[in-house]
Design a protein around this ligand. Structure first.
Ligand SMILES: [Zn+2]
Length: 194
């Protein structure tokens, strides 16, 4: 199970998600962009719940189900289904690394049933990819909520991977394809504190 850890003064709902490999070591050389030294950056940043769960009233939350990986939210006469997924942004220098957005994705009820049925299946990575829509607003200029993603389940114990569609023009999609630098990871972590 993923370990969730509060990250000091970060925005409510945001967590640095921990474990042994929770930090990107960075470099002791000054950054070419800002001349600062970027060391010990968070490797995984995520929210504890979908934005829409955070937005509903405490009474509605009592009706909802929320675990570190799944959220079922009855709202306005319908039931919405969310799962946690990881968007990996490759970081190529100074060492091959991966920065991870641990976010929520909304899926249709049928997709949620097929995920639930295979959740403990040792071969669950073999199930067909599922379409979903991002349910977490990330600190980008263009909105990220509602972006279409493809959900790839992985082996039990591993959070599903989210892939942006190949023709997506969003900055987040470009960063997933082309990778980011240390400066950008530092910037993203800083933007969440505002
Ligand atoms: Zn920098």
């Amino acid at each position: 199970m993923t370990i969730l850890r509060f990250a000091g003064r970060d925005r409510p709902g945001w967590r640095k998600i921990g474990g042994m490999f929770s930090v990107i070591g960075g470099s002791s050389a000054p950054c070419a962009v800002c001349r600062q030294v970027h060391r010990d950056l968070p490797r995984v940043l995520g929210t504890s719940a979908p934005d829409d769960w955070l937005a509903v009233s405490p009474g509605e939350r009592l009706e909802a189900e929320l675990t570190p990986d799944v959220c079922i939210l009855p709202h306005g006469g319908a039931t919405r289904h969310f799962i946690r997924g990881h968007i990996q942004l490759p970081l190529l220098v100074p060492d091959p690394e991966i920065f991870v957005w641990s976010v929520w994705v909304e899926v249709e009820e049928e997709s949620m049933s097929s995920i639930a049925q295979s959740w403990s299946d040792p071969n669950r990575a073999a199930i067909a990819p599922i379409t979903g829509w991002l349910a977490t607003e990330l600190p980008y200029e263009q909105p990220t909520k509602g972006l279409e993603v493809v959900v790839h389940t992985r082996d039990p114990g591993q959070v599903p991977l989210l892939m942006m569609t190949p023709d997506a023009t969003h900055t987040l999609a470009a960063e997933q394809r082309n990778g980011v630098g240390l400066h950008r990871v530092a910037e993203l972590a800083e933007l969440l504190k505002r």
